[in-house]
Design a binder for this molecule. Structure first.
Ligand SMILES: Nc1ncnc2c1ncn2[C@@H]1O[C@H](COP(=O)(O)OP(=O)(O)OP(=O)(O)O)[C@@H](O)[C@H]1O
Length: 310
């Protein structure tokens, strides 16, 4: 059995990490997330403590090394973004050698939480930005693989960033890491071979999960495996006020009919331009007028308007 790093308690704020090989020092500030492969902390680089980064610690050296190799390879092939991987090393903690890597800190909150807090009128903008982000990754020959709310972080003004590139797989290989309900294999909608359509399927489930999570969970609990099929997901889409206008887009994503993430992002924008997408549906929600007075909504409408006019 693999020992998960989560069997250890999170390390206290202020814990210092000194790389055995590169000699870089980090001060752990707070836990950012617990995953199956490790613990991720916000850290400051010492001395000075001015530069922030995220440090992932794990007990499984091979697993962590595999992730670091993928990040290094992505940094080489996806030149459009600043390097993500900053350092790879191990350090002695409580008498044990623990492997770790440092990466760029991505500020933000998971996509589903962002929509819950800020409203569905943001869907057009962040959905489009996610597709653009994936399209750059795809152009470099990689599928992200584990698309899910926790791995899609939304920052100020709806900035979208992906985290957990450990699940990224080169096109043509088997997807390394996935989450069942986002996986097209689980829904009998195709193989687990990494290709652009694999990620786009995950994106469609992400928005369904974010806006209609209760019914999606209920569906997965009640369906027998033989009946897991995209048509069941489409039934939810067609009967949900905010998703219905995206029916065409969702149908193509579930059926693997987009040629590329670029194709999917153009279609996404058209869906919002022609039908108003989730933003327009959101308008009919009672309390919309009151919400409009709130700064957050004004900001979001502003961002949506800029996006529509781009
Ligand atoms: N670079 C980063 N910046 C900010 N937060 C991050 C960063 N990397 C990871 N996180 C946070 O830590 C969580 C867990 O990290 P990660 O997904 O890499 O671990 P994992 O073991 O692969 O998780 P999982 O079991 O979900 O696959 C993420 O969901 C995210 O919230």
């Amino acid at each position: 059995m693999t020992t998960s790093s989560n069997e250890r308690l999170p390390l206290p704020k202020g814990t210092e990490l000194i790389g055995n090989w590169n000699g870089r020092k980090y001060r752990l500030e707070r836990l950012l997330g617990l995953g199956s492969n490790g613990q991720v902390y916000l850290a400051s680089s010492l001395p000075g403590g001015r530069g922030s980064c995220a440090v992932k610690l794990g007990l499984e050296a091979a697993e962590l090394q595999g992730e670091a190799n993928i990040l290094a390879s992505l940094d080489r092939s996806d030149k459009a973004r600043p390097p993500f991987l900053l350092d790879v090393d191990d350090a002695v903690l409580e008498g044990k050698t623990v492997p770790f890597y440092a990466m760029r800190y991505v500020p933000g909150i998971p996509a589903a939480e962002f929509l819950r807090k800020n409203g569905p009128q943001w869907l057009g903008v962040i959905g489009y930005r996610l597709l653009e982000r994936l399209s750059r990754l795809h152009e470099a020959g990689w599928a992200f693989g584990d698309v899910k709310s926790d791995n899609v972080l939304i920052g100020d003004y709806g900035r979208v960033e992906l985290v957990d590139y450990g699940g990224a797989s080169a096109f043509g290989r088997s997807v390394r890491q996935f989450t069942e309900i986002y996986d097209r294999g689980y829904w009998s909608a195709g193989s687990r071979t990494a290709d652009p359509a694999y990620d786009l399927f995950g994106v469609a489930v992400l928005w369904l999960h974010a806006l209609d999570g209760k019914r999606l969970k209920q569906l997965t609990r009640t369906l027998i495996p033989q009946n897991r099929h995209p048509r069941e997901l489409m039934k939810l889409v067609r009967t949900h006020a905010q998703l219905k206008p995206l029916e065409g887009w969702m149908d193509k994503a579930f059926a693997g009919k987009f040629e590329s993430a670029k194709d999917a992002s153009s279609y996404w924008r058209e869906s919002f331009r022609s039908k108003g997408g989730a933003a327009k549906q959101g308008d009919s929600v009672p309390g919309w007028m009151a919400g409009l007075l709130g700064g957050a909504i004004v900001l979001s409408l502003f961002a949506a308007a800029i996006w529509m006019l781009q």
